[in-house]
Design a protein around this ligand. Structure first.
Ligand code: RB5
Length: 161
């Protein structure tokens, strides 16, 4: 069974709408509460708009975890990672989905509906929800970029050139 995270926000564009529906059905069967921010059909939309909806909710702490889907997952991950406190991980296999939790404490799982099949996507969602963050040295690394404005990450290097 999936552990404590019993509420999750999900969004996709048209390219991954069918996969979003499959994932929703699976999560509801697992007893989870789903907030679906769209899109609601295969009619063409901008992934940007739906990526922002999920990212803003996670960024604001309204949801601990989110799932974003588009054709490749690339656009969604680019959008989501612009939002403070969002750590969106574009994953295409089980290993990266698990490691994004263990080492990166990813709070949004991003997948490409034109990249991976339904069975693998469901397996990845399950593993991603069940895998805990390891903390320790990984926490320190995350803090460096989660507070990038304060840490000035990279600035010393730029000055040294
Ligand atoms: C839509 O055609 C496609 O560009 C989108 O789903 C996504 O792959 C963008 O990164």
């Amino acid at each position: 069974m999936l552990e404590n995270k019993n509420s999750i926000v999900i969004g996709s564009d048209h390219a991954a709408y069918p996969l979003k529906e499959k994932i929703k059905t699976y999560l509801i069967e697992c007893g989870m509460k789903i907030e679906d921010v769209g899109t609601c059909s295969e009619e063409s939309v901008d992934y940007t708009d739906f990526g922002a909806r999920v990212a803003v909710l996670v960024s604001a702490g309204k949801f601990q975890r989110g799932i974003l889907l588009c054709g490749t997952g690339i656009g969604m991950s680019m959008v989501a990672n612009r939002f403070p406190r969002v750590r969106a991980a574009l994953c295409s296999d089980l290993f990266t989905a698990i490691m994004s939790r263990r080492h990166n404490n990813s709070n949004i799982l991003v997948m490409g509906g034109r990249v991976i099949g339904e069975a693998l996507a469901l397996e990845m969602v399950k593993a991603w929800l069940e895998t805990a963050f390891e903390g320790g040295r990984h926490q320190l690394r995350i803090e460096k970029f989660d507070r990038i404005d304060q840490t000035g990450l990279g600035k010393e290097f730029l000055k040294s050139l």
